[in-house]
Design a protein around this ligand. Sequence first.
Ligand SMILES: O=C(O)CCC(=O)C(=O)O
Ligand SMILES: [Fe+2]
Length: 408
Amino acid sequence: MATSTITPQPVPDPLSSTYVPFKSQPSILEEVAANQQQLRDRLAGALFRPPPDVPAESLPTVPLIDLGPSFDGTLESRKAVAAQIREACVSSGFFQISNHGITSEAMAGVLKQAERFFKEMTQEQKDAMHVKLSPLFRGYEPHDFSYVNPDDEGSQQETKECFNWGYESAMDPTGGDGQYRDLDGSAPAGEHSGNIWPLEKDLPGFYDAIKTYYGQVMTCSRHLIRLFALSLGLNEDFFDSLVTHPGGVARLLYYRGIPEPENAHQKSEEDVENDAKLGLGAHTDYECFTMLLNSANPGLEILFPPSPITGNKPIWRPCPVRPGTLTVNVADFFMRWTNGLYKSTIHRVVSKPGGGERYSVPYFFSINYDSEVQPLPEKCVGKSQFLPMKAGEYVLERLRATVPQTDK
Ligand SMILES: O=C(O)CCC(=O)C(=O)O
Ligand SMILES: [Fe+2]
């Protein structure tokens, strides 16, 4: 019976995660440095294709979880969905969701606006909203500006362009509780809480479409975090008081298509891989979990944790494209909060020649940035290895590490 499987099992396995236990509780800067070192180690040992004798169906992939039953009003159904979430979170931390309650109009609307933003706005208009004008990383980032994997700076250019924004109470379907604090603990500035928006006359309808999608993805995330609570053996309202004004940076991402070379038909699979460009470097996300919407083109790759089937090496695998679904992944703050039980897994975006352009809209869901988290009950996740800290402080420190030194 699915419900009986959600019992506390605090046994994080260091081999199968990016998480390595610390001897004593590290400072946040030590954590950032350790995180970068773990990323390097993982990348150094990674397989790019499966060992020849391994059948495709035994390779790790991303499970699809139907959220539909979790809305039917019974605790039993919610627990059954929570059990599937737990299974995904203790293995790779990635899963896809269907019947999530976000309308297809809202999803199509935000993807359409992403296309308009990158294609219809002039470079001058976009530069006027440059992220370097914002202490909170809001606004437009041209390609080759920030490096999600700082080790790529100077060696590999990221092709992504993006537009970032964060929580505004006007976008919160509950109206919020009026207590929102930014990453740095400050009260939100101005009507738009520090967000930088295109002028309505330059991109009519842009703000409204973003607001609609953002509101819906926030509602779905509040529902999901209740399922996460159940999945950890907690009461389902455990996190409710921590998501009354949830931090949530979201971004529109654009990866240009790479033209197919004329002699494409003569190229081997390996040549094609060599001609591919890095859209977004290898990284883990920082917050509680990410809700990713993307256009039809593939490009997201996941570095699945080592397992016996791959000779205990991590392996890069494409994330399946399942139209109408969102991809959810556990992020670092939640991994540290669950003491490494739930995995935050490395991923990246690669653009292959002829693969077309890609748009995506990640929403990085966090608890209230100003809430200091206390360790979760020991019976659920074991004795915490980490210092209590505010969600916003943690995310800000991680973001600072991605911006070139000269711009800090
Ligand atoms: O664009 C994508 O598909 C992935 C984006 C992502 O991983 C991120 O922004 O953290
Ligand atoms: Fe990511």
